[in-house]
Design a protein around this ligand. Sequence first.
Ligand code: ZN
Length: 503
Amino acid sequence: MMLRSFVLLQSAFLRQSVCRLQALVFVALCGLLTWDESISAIVGSAYAAEEPGCLVGFGKSEITPLLPTPMAGYYGIRYSTATHDPLWAKATVFDDGKTKVALVVVDLIATTPWMVSETRRIVEENLGIPGSHVMISATHSHTGPMLYEPEERVVGRFGNQTQEAKDFMLKLPDAIAKSVQQAVENLRIRSISFGTGEETRLAFNRRFFMKDGTVGWNPGKLNPGIVREAGPTDDQLPFIAIHEEQGAVSGVLSSFAIHLDTVGGTQWSADMPYTLQESLRGVFGPDGHLQYATGACGDVNHINVRTAERQGGHQEAARIGTRLSGALLRAWDSRRGVSDCRLAAEHRIIRLPVQPHAPERSEWAKKTLQKMGEPNLPPFMEMVEAYRIADVESRSDGFIEAEVQVISLGRDIAWVALPGEIFVQLGIAIKDASPFQQTSIHELANGSIGYVPTRQAYSQGNYEVISARCAEGSGEMLVDAAVSMLRKQFNDKPQASEKGKQE
Ligand SMILES: [Zn+2]
């Protein structure tokens, strides 16, 4: 009785308190006492190692191709020559006793429908986790393998239909599923905290209003024609930390909106997620599970056009990874604890109309694509447009199916998966409308439909719009679907106090 009134008294005090230090002291005090449901609703305000945990498991499986294989990332074929750092499939599984979900990230240029459906089939058969509860996203490493497409409808893309690419792809679903299996086997009670770092000077919108009235794309360093950026960046670095019983950190999941084309060359590399991982390992130890996903960054990269500095190679990747780890660690002390482990997962297939083109472009596209094997390739933008037209025309009904998936943990954390290179403004729109404390976007997830620009960008044109398979307004349709699922999951999980009233 004494204990309960003390807790209630302290709860009232805490509700009025705005001082984080006081909150920390209080939560630490409560850790000495036994856990009481009456305080569970307010423990979202600070993190202490004594908080009750959720079932969480980690796994990883190496996916570096063993033999020289065509590499992804650019228009043109190049074979791998060595491994700089291995490529991984990394998985984190959460289990609330009723529901299991798996968040998987692969060090690859993209995810493809076959890769995702096969992996989900294996995971469902072997582990009983339904496909809709498995989120598989790609970091967009440009130093990973070309991805073979068993159901390629159009033409091969510079090495993706070679035997090496096929051999790699056929083994990939098993390897990814292995990371999930390891995570399931590794499930144990761990406590979770979450925070949001900020990094304002690392990512740049790569579309610019130019003095000639056009919108430029990657206009080049110190280009005098630049007026200003044509779009925003997302400076948030959402992360969650997972702690062992004694408070030691065993896992960190994070994401940031920056295009992953830093290192280049012909050696396999996970690119910046590798350097972020190494930097965080220096802090949390060599065994930490450090899983990074790429946010909505269809129009954002690391190139600062206002400096003349060369920005590429492994040192540049190290600069970016180290700075991101710094942003994460700066926000470390403002983490909040998660006391609600209830999971929810849903995915919806959205039918997006394809981008239309004039009928006469059809013949032109076919002729342009015939020149692809020749030594002198057509101009870059012509190749981009020809690929789009051929791809769009292979979809007989004029629609593209796009999967939007939302997974949430309690009323605090949500992950949104979108299947393409998503303009940053669309990711920000989802985060702004989300009722969850923290919402992360994982792009190139559960398949890829290519670039997804904003409605506004379509009238401005240039690279991403020329390349986009989906029509104007598609990005906003994906946002609407994501926000509707976020709201539904949030409202389906009443607060602990409201839940008490219902029962
Ligand atoms: Zn790219």
